[in-house]
Design a protein around this ligand. Sequence first.
Ligand code: NAP
Length: 683
Amino acid sequence: MTTLQNFALGTWRAGTGTGTPLYDAVTGDVVATASSAGLDFKGMLEYARTVGGPRLRAMTFHERARMLKAVATALQARKDAFYEVSYRTGATRADSWIDIDGGFGTFFVYASKGRREFPNEPFYVDGPTEALSKGGTFVGRHVMVPLEGVGVHINAFNFPVWGMMEKLAPCLLAGVPAIVKPATATSFLTEAVFREMIATGLLPEGAVQLVCGSAGDLLDHLTCQDVVAFTGSADTGRKLKAHPAVVANAVRFNMEADSLNCSILGPDALPGTPEFDLFIKEVAKEMTAKAGQKCTAIRRTIVPEGTQEAVLAALKARLEKTVIGDPRRDDVRMGPLASRTQVRDVGAAVARIRQAAEFVYGDLATLDVVGADAEKGAFFPPLLLHCAEPLRTTEAHDVEAFGPVNTVMPYRSLDDAVLIARRGQGSLCGSLFTADPAVAKRVVFGIGPYHGRLLVLDRSSAKESTGHGSPMPHLVHGGPGRAGGGEEMGGKRGVLHYLQRVAVQGSPDVIAAVTNEWTTGARRLETGVHPFRRWFDEIQIGEALVTHRRTVTEADVVNFACLSGDFFYAHMDDIAARASLFERRVAHGYFVLSAAAGLFVDPAPGPVMLNYGLEGLRFTKPVYPGDTIQATVTCKQKVAKEVPADQPPQGVVHWDVEVRNQDGDLCATYTILTLVRRRPTGG
Ligand code: NAP
């Protein structure tokens, strides 16, 4: 037995007192004790704000993203040791994969998104420049900066690793330090992973701290710059959300709570169809994975009236094959709950659900367990209930049994199915099994307002589907109402929770200086050297080239039509063109683009390696034979690129391009991206 330590103010320290005993879910033995008594919670917050915050904020998004990747890579190398500890929480190998590999995977996804979707700057620019004046001298833009407080992460017991990592990844990427407070019952696994995270030495001082045990008076000292991310029961969540310091300081509070998630069998997915088989497999999997202790697990199974017998028979057949016991054994498919307290809580919840539903499978009195003692471990049987009148009862929709428990309920029409699903009063996720896109559309819009995520599964997507119960770091995790009303992850969205959006108003020059991005109306500068002859490092934001002119001829139009094969009537059929909104033959838009490239490209070999792509193209005015066009190219933004050692150092330059006619009217506008070499060292 060990005494868990807290990581506070940069050092490992044990709490005072005897501590709370933490139990092995399989054997009932005490694994460790946890105590946070004696910690200076106010000091920990201050330490994070003054030591961790400034260090993280001094890094760019790309640097923080690389840090996440390095940490996850180092942790992955220690995975086997974590799996050993994880067994003691009751998790099978497959369960641990969701928790441990899922947690590391979240770091990897954020590491990749951080480099692809955020700038190599410590701040983020949200959306385009907004025109606020007729003359264009006064504009606005949203800039997002890291909050200068702490992410206080309070986690549930069921995912000791993923729970920590899915909150840490967006928080650290945003540049905000964190205090992690895992649920005490399984904190011995969180501590094991956290310890290795610190040992990597890859995180700046003060970036993360750990509390194993009670949160003490931590919340009393929150300020307007802090963020609380809570996962757990709705009761605790409501209590913490109403904490006086949270209310008084308008502390951002993200809540992930109970959820009575549903799965709907479509009216077309009758027995004998692939969708029916997929549905049975998924419901049984969701009941038994992590012994049903997943916030996203299917609790309510909604099936067309008349199919209940077939559904129940198929589910029973699967559940009968579920071997329960020591999660270390290869033949075991379901381990125990996390603690004997959970056994009591789930049993009490089932008793309440039984007021509205009858038992159809499972036995609370006798339980066959392999390789373990059913009396000592926190084992609980899979239970299937049937609620014949789901629209006339509340318990089956209201009571969350956080274990391998599921209630099957019939629907008479698709509208009924939608009403039943909505009775969950807000869920994290729901699923629908149908091969009929029209059914999918009705259900998605029918239950969408009550869900954070919806999975529609059919035979075509089943093989590659990530399943009902897996929150993906790319997508939002969270749900309205009972589910807490929060949102976590969701790719970039999760990072934005930790940033303050500031609407900055001013002249285009001021906005360009603040954002490091040239914007329309801001000063342009000409160096006398063609910008395509300059190294990445030499090019300045706002550096521009005004090209020579070119008169477009009918021969250009004919030649371009022949070259491209584009004989569209507006270019080639004089009669039809006169009847069209162009009123006469017009040059191809793509000719204008090509001709503009011909105007601004510098042909000799130089620092420009290639044209990377084109964004935001708009043809704003037709170009006719006889018109004279001219292009202006302006450096809008520069992004240094990370490249393998065998490639020359380089960066992407975003060039604003405007093509105007002889009257100065804008005919085409777009952004081109070029890959430009960095100045060779010493050059
Ligand atoms: P819980 O009892 O509400 O505890 C959640 C967390 O809150 C734990 O870390 C707990 O610490 C902490 N806590 C309790 N009282 C506190 C206080 N006064 N001040 C600060 N922290 C406090 O929930 P749980 O039993 O761990 O988790 C099960 C529930 O979580 C289920 O209802 C499940 O649906 C929900 N859940 C939701 C999601 C989701 O993403 N939506 C995910 C997983 C679980 P101690 O352990 O030290 O008490």
